[in-house]
Design a protein around this ligand. Structure first.
Ligand SMILES: *[C@@H]1O[C@H](CO)[C@@H](O)[C@H](O)[C@H]1NC(C)=O
Ligand SMILES: *[C@@H]1O[C@H](CO)[C@@H](O)[C@H](O)[C@H]1NC(C)=O
Ligand SMILES: *[C@@H]1O[C@H](CO)[C@@H](O)[C@H](O)[C@H]1NC(C)=O
Length: 266
């Protein structure tokens, strides 16, 4: 029994060791006021486009309160927003395919520490281009941009070419079409993952300047699934030295698998 008793010195030591758990409060960032206002403006912009009650959307985003604790928001320890996971803000509640959210992209310029912006599945259209998409380039830390499953058109690429800090870009399942945007993508030298599935691209990848994107030396994942590229696609992908995964199912590839073109894939 004696073994289990602590002498006075030991119990002080124990109390001392446990102290941080009780006394030091959980480090909780206080969100930056300008960014809190910007979040509320984003929420308010839902009101501009919908006639029905949008109050049930983003219910934790309210006038008072600590915005780092709001749903879909992540902050760093200094209270700057680093992540906005705004996938499906609208259609979770409302299944209405004729809506668009004419989102003014300027609303995001306040988040100087933003690393990840996810706006997929929101009925966003080209308004994000006309409201200054290229100005997101002032967000020097922005690494992940997900605009998949919206109604954005091919004209988006000249604006996107300014966002050189991007590592992950997802534009799958929009209304892109037109030529493969090799010229504009070539500026995104830090890109590691590029998703362009279901984009209605077709024809000979090579003829559309695929060699221009050879500057994407860091590209590891390329998703071109669900387009209509011809079989020359595979051979022309030798331009990407770091490629680890290539998705090209559901294209217009015919003939035998061009082993020669795929050997460089490690
Ligand atoms: C949206 O509009 C409703 C009804 O006019 C209003 O009660 C609500 O406060 C508005 N929400 C925002 C975020 O502006
Ligand atoms: C977008 O927001 C910016 C900044 O608030 C504003 O200056 C601009 O007029 C807005 N654009 C549109 C099309 O509403
Ligand atoms: C966007 O959010 C969805 C759902 O949470 C996730 O699957 C996807 O990977 C995110 N996109 C990026 C680029 O992080």
């Amino acid at each position: 029994m004696k073994d289990w008793c602590l002498d006075k010195r030991q119990s002080w030591l124990l109390i001392f060791m446990m102290l941080p758990y009780f006394v030091v409060p959980r480090i909780q960032a206080v969100c930056v006021e300008e960014e809190r206002k910007a979040l509320l403006a984003i929420k308010a912009s839902l009101n501009d486009s919908y006639t029905y009650d949008v109050n049930p959307l983003l219910p934790t985003w309210v006038n008072h309160g600590e915005c780092c604790e709001w749903e879909r928001v992540k902050c760093d320890t200094t209270g700057h927003v680093t992540e906005l996971a705004l996938k499906n803000v609208i259609s979770i509640v409302y299944e209405d395919y004729h809506r668009v959210w004419p989102l003014n992209i300027s609303l995001f310029l306040h988040f100087n520490e933003l690393r990840s912006l996810n706006l997929s599945w929101n009925y966003i259209d080209n308004t994000i281009i006309t409201t200054g998409l290229e100005r997101l380039s002032s967000l020097k830390k922005l690494e992940r941009l997900d605009l998949s499953s919206n109604s954005i058109e091919n004209g988006v690429f000249p604006s996107l070419s300014a966002l050189t800090s991007l590592k992950v870009l997802d534009l799958s399942d929009n209304s892109l079409g037109g030529n493969f945007p090799a010229h504009e993508l070539a500026t995104l030298e830090n890109l590691e993952e590029l998703y362009l599935s279901d984009s209605s691209y077709y024809g000979t990848f090579q003829n559309q300047g695929s060699e221009r994107v050879s500057v994407l030396k860091k590209l590891k994942i390329l998703d071109l699934e669900g387009n209509e590229f011809s079989e020359s696609l595979i051979a022309s992908l030798r331009h990407f030295p770091s490629l680890k995964a290539l998705h090209f199912g559901h294209n217009s590839l015919h003939g035998s698998f061009p082993a020669q073109g795929s050997l460089w894939l490690t």
